[in-house]
Design a protein. Sequence first.
Length: 672
Amino acid sequence: MGINSTLIWSVEVRWLYDKRLVQQSVDSMFSGHVAAYKNQHYQELRRMSQDRGQLFEDPEFPCNNSSLFYSKPLPGRVEWKRPKELCPDPRLFVEGLSAHDLNQGEVGNCWFVAACSCLAIKPELWQKVIPNWGDQEWDPKHPEKYAGIFRFRFWIFGEWTDVVVDDRLPTINGQLIYCRSKLGNEFWSALLEKAYAKLSGCYESLSGGNTGDAVVDFSGAVAESIDLEKVPLNDKPEEREKLFAHLLKVNDRGGVISCSIKADPHEIEARMACGLVKGHAYSVTMVKRVRVGHGLIAYFKNETLPLLRMRNPWGQHEWKGAWSDSSEEWTKIGDTERGNLGLTVEDDGEFWMSLEDFCRYFTDIDVCRVINTSLISIDKTWHEAVHHGSWTRHVEPLRNRCGGCMNHKDTFLQNPQYMFEVTKEEDEILISLQQRDMKIHRPRGQGENLTIGFALFKVERNRKYRLHDLITQQNVKTSTYINARSIFMRITLPRGRYVVIPSTFQPGHLGEFMLRLYADVDSECRELTEDKPRVRCCSSIVGYPQMVSQIYVHGAEGLENQDSTGGADPYVIISCERSSVRSNIQKDTLKPVFDTRAIFYRRNPRKPITVEVWNSNAVKDEFMGQVVLTADLNDPSGPQKLQLRKRGSQAADEMPGTIILRVASARELIAM
């Protein structure tokens, strides 16, 4: 064996070895439960086919028109053929998996093909979707093992699910109708598409969709949609740079990005003068700061340009502007940098463009984060909370769970409610609301997504029961309401307790949803199910609440007369019947804004509620004054400014400063 052939052989062996290592790590991730779609178990069906000496035929996705379409017949006679009937040497993969393998077929599913392109460049993802790929590959040495059955794994509504298909593929005139590889004997993309079509009801159900949704189904990622028309960046270089930094971080951490250009119905898949196609999904295959210049001068100057590499699933019609394949801009960078960017493949639908042009032409971006929840990782680890729920109807308002959005004030709080904690001084929170995919219902004339969204409230630090009144709560932010499969929010929140309320836009609409929440530390996210304290066996002895009171402490003024050094770190403690709530410490201020709420279910309404102001000190905290509240039904509804006073026998004596607060009380325990 010569030197060159030895080198090639060793590289091939190394490639297979690396793939097996990745496969082993992927397999270890699925040591838990994996569901079987339609209760079809791959190993059992494969073994049965092998024992009978017959190739598998899938009864759950038969080779007839019901698996092809529900409204638009195909223009030609369809024949279902196995790969062996289409070529003499079929393979699942030929020389590995590549984004260049794919060509879109007759169905309008560029969104799905774009997701496959993103999948192909990330082994850690595609080996989840195609489990035990080596065992599924054709084996020419042992043809008796081949059973005509394949399995693929999708993340369906929070659960990894195996979907099996036979290898019979629809053709017209001996050519595959739908997604296919550029290589005539490679079939991974066609078989993957068939499994996804089975999951969606039929091939036509894949006509029209969202790339981000497919990526989520491939990975369990969290999808974020960015509408560049709502945040135009053409004349905002700083905002563009923030967007690029965001996309770069997602890309570097294994996330998946796709993009498109909005189009009116008559403009869909219309080619623009610049070469881009409207209403068409593109996969972003690389996000990179490219070093400008040649040789050592380039390294010393350290001048970079933000570029993005994209791919058109059609494999043609590329970008014609700056940084396109034949553009003069490429002379600005050195040969080494060009090599690092992989500028070797031509006419494959892949192209580069600048961040500025990207923001000028593209209108929508789907950013899919693959969230790292591993306990052992050098990268950022998120704590995840997942809740499955549903919008359901009931004649009793307190048991109804389909109240519509905040426009419907009388019913909004009848929706499901979920409470979580921010325990750090400040934490970035990711919230994803996903409804169950409706594509499978398209053949029955249904299948459209509900218009969904959610509202986020900062609530009392000690709340335990469902919200019943919006006036006394702080609406931090409300998501957009749209008929997308998922809604996403990324927000930085200060320490406190919060409630997120997912809803449909209109009341009375029914459906299932999954709420996922990610934080830097455990958020203790849980659903609020009870409306008020339970009546217990001991309630007759210790008493049952007779009144509910909410105290909202806004802030304090005039504390400077208490402090000779000119500074303080104040906080408040709100106390009632052996329970208390403490605010965050406000650093170095004599005009603190506490923004703190507390709610108390009071067994003895005659006992007052106290609000104390303290100064945090390293050795011993300093009392700065208090107010004593009767908190009865006669309190004014608006804010009150009350004088601080001393404690104990000197409670009548004033102390410098006032506190601004609001009190609300009610006999009905479900009033707040």
